[in-house]
Ligand binder design. Structure first.
Ligand SMILES: CC(C)(COP(=O)(O)OP(=O)(O)OC[C@H]1O[C@@H](n2cnc3c(N)ncnc32)[C@H](O)[C@@H]1OP(=O)(O)O)[C@@H](O)C(=O)NCCC(=O)NCCSC(=O)C[C@H](O)C(=O)O
Ligand SMILES: [Mg+2]
Length: 353
């Protein structure tokens, strides 16, 4: 184990100083696209004005014989695009694949200065992060980069979930963790073939009424991902990094997608993946607190004065703890509004109403 004193020393001579805090930058929609697909690549200049994060995907969903094309496509996009306030991330290939090493050896020298975060799939433990951490430091030093590239892990194996706390705290580079429900379902031998979302068979049923055990009993579908998301949120919060819901594969079901994203938002996640342009506005809406909730939060903060003691507002007790909850909402709203003028206007209007 590294000594705490070494934690913030660069892992290679000449590599940039590790960050001490993960900077909060809006990341409501992590938009996945195939950089080797000309139709998707053509949409990048428009997408940078809509999404918080563009993820050039190199891993699953990219056919094996298109891996190099996707990687080279990402290099071209990285070099030729002005990302403005949006961030550029990539999802590299998994560490046991024949492409992972070349992904980093190519991307860091070519576009490392534009790359904010590398997503590492199928992370199983701290050892995977340590490997990427050291390699990135060597490549950053060689490329003369001035700021470190951050690392994001996907939680998509049973072993990864068992080790989620050590993954979250494995390096100062750790920016966040996403749920990978499809690979995780396979790894756990779950019996859903969907990418995220619920399943009609995973339910609870009300008690029987009388003798007939089939009559009049309501069923309620449950959330297959509740345990994992909650565990991931705790691991991230305890380590000062950010949790994300991952993909929702039923592109047509925009209503189910919104519900699944909202569950994650309410549990503490700050964003989700968008796999199709139709999911971008869902993620941006869900992961921005509503103007009404923000107005309420600001009112509680105002009326609570120095934040101690207790007051009644509209029949509801407020105290030192509720003011902290309200600060979470109000601070997130301020951070998002700083980048999103439409949202800033909606929050200001709700304040006046
Ligand atoms: C899901 C898709 C294959 C659907 O594509 P398509 O059938 O082409 O959809 P449309 O005809 O509705 O598309 C309309 C136009 O929009 C462009 N498009 C589509 N998707 C994107 C995108 N993500 N970014 C940019 N542009 C996009 C189409 O090219 C059409 O363009 P045009 O003809 O000019 O109008 C497709 O959306 C897709 O491939 N999405 C990404 C899938 C992906 O990244 N999957 C991997 C992430 S999920 C995962 O890995 C699981 C996870 O790891 C886990 O384990 O859980
Ligand atoms: Mg996966």
């Amino acid at each position: 184990m590294r000594s705490p004193k070494d934690f913030f020393r660069p892992l290679a001579l000449g590599a940039p100083q590790p960050v001490r805090e993960i900077p909060f930058r809006p990341s409501r929609a992590l938009h996945f696209f195939d950089p080797g697909n000309p139709k998707m690549a053509a949409k990048v200049p428009d997408l940078v004005t809509q999404v918080d994060v563009l993820v050039g995907n190199l891993e699953d969903a990219i056919p094996a014989d298109r891996k190099e094309v996707a990687r080279e496509g990402l290099v071209e996009i990285g070099k030729n695009t002005d990302f403005g306030d949006a961030q550029l991330w990539t999802r590299m290939n998994s560490l046991d694949s024949p492409w992972a090493l070349d992904d980093l050896l190519t991307l860091v020298p070519a576009i490392g200065h534009k790359l904010d975060v590398v997503i590492v799939p199928k992370v199983e433990g701290a050892q995977d992060i340590h490997y990427v951490d050291r390699l990135l430091a060597q490549l950053e030093a060689k490329a003369g980069l001035e700021r470190p590239i951050l690392v994001h892990a996907i939680l998509e194996t049973a072993t990864g979930v068992a080790n989620v706390e050590e993954i979250a705290g494995a390096s100062p580079r750790m920016q966040g963790i996403s749920l990978g429900p499809a690979d995780l379902a396979a790894s756990r031998r779950m019996k859903t073939t969907r990418v995220g979302g619920g399943h009609p068979g995973y339910l609870v049923r009300t008690d029987p009424v009388g003798e007939d055990i089939t009559a009049g009993r309501q069923t309620y579908q449950q959330d297959l991902w509740h345990y994992t998301v909650a565990r991931m949120v705790d691991a991230c919060a305890a380590n000062g990094i950010l949790p994300y819901y991952g993909p929702f594969g039923d592109i047509r079901d925009t209503v189910g997608c919104e519900d699944q994203f909202r569950n994650a938002f309410l549990l503490g996640c700050v964003g989700a993946w968008s796999l199709h342009p139709a999911q971008i506005k869902i993620a941006k809406k869900v992961f921005s607190p509503s103007p009404e909730d923000v107005a309420w939060a600001r009112r509680v903060i105002r009326e609570m004065g120095d934040g101690t003691g207790t007051v009644m507002i509209d029949g509801k007790m407020q105290d030192d703890a509720t003011v902290k909850q309200c600060r979470v909402v109000a601070e997130l709203a301020d951070q998002l509004a700083a980048r999103d003028p439409e949202l800033a206007e909606a929050y200001a209007q709700a304040q006046k109403d």
